[in-house]
Design a protein around this ligand. Structure first.
Ligand code: FES
Length: 105
C-alpha cells in the first residue's frame, strides 16, 4: 500500500529521515504536523495497520488534510497556528507531580 507521508508534503522544510533506533519520538512542529520518527506502529482505532510508507511520517494535527491521518501541507494554506511545546503544563501533569511529592509533614 502506498501512503502519503512526510516526503509527500509540498513544503520541503521537514527534517531528513533519522535512523529508526529505539522508541518513537513525536515532535509537534510549530504551526504544522506531528513528526513521528523511530520505531512505531501506526494503527487505526480498530487496530488495523496503516502502512506509513517510511520511517518518518508527518501526522496532521490541523484537521485540514485531505489524506488524514497524514499531513498534506494544508496547514499552511489554512493558517493553522500552534506552538511546538505547550505554553503551560497540562492539569493532569500537575496532579501527578503533586501526588509524587513526598510528604513534608
Ligand atoms: S498538519 Fe499538515 S495538513 Fe494538517
Amino acid at each position: 500500500m502506498s501512503s502519503a507521508a512526510a516526503d509527500d508534503l509540498p513544503d520541503a522544510d521537514l527534517p531528513a529521515d533519522l535512523p529508526a533506533e529505539g522508541a518513537a519520538t513525536i515532535t509537534p512542529y510549530r504551526d504544522g504536523p506531528l513528526i513521528v520518527r523511530g520505531d512505531f506502529r501506526l494503527v487505526d482505532q480498530d487496530g488495523a495497520e496503516i502502512d506509513p510508507g517510511r520511517k518518518t511520517v508527518a501526522l496532521c494535527r490541523c484537521g485540514k488534510s485531505g489524506i488524514k491521518p497524514f499531513c498534506d501541507g494544508s496547514h499552511k494554506r489554512s493558517g493553522f497556528s500552534a506552538p511546538s511545546a505547550p505554553s503551560r503544563p497540562r492539569p493532569a501533569a500537575a496532579i501527578l507531580r503533586q501526588a509524587r511529592r513526598p510528604d513534608t509533614d
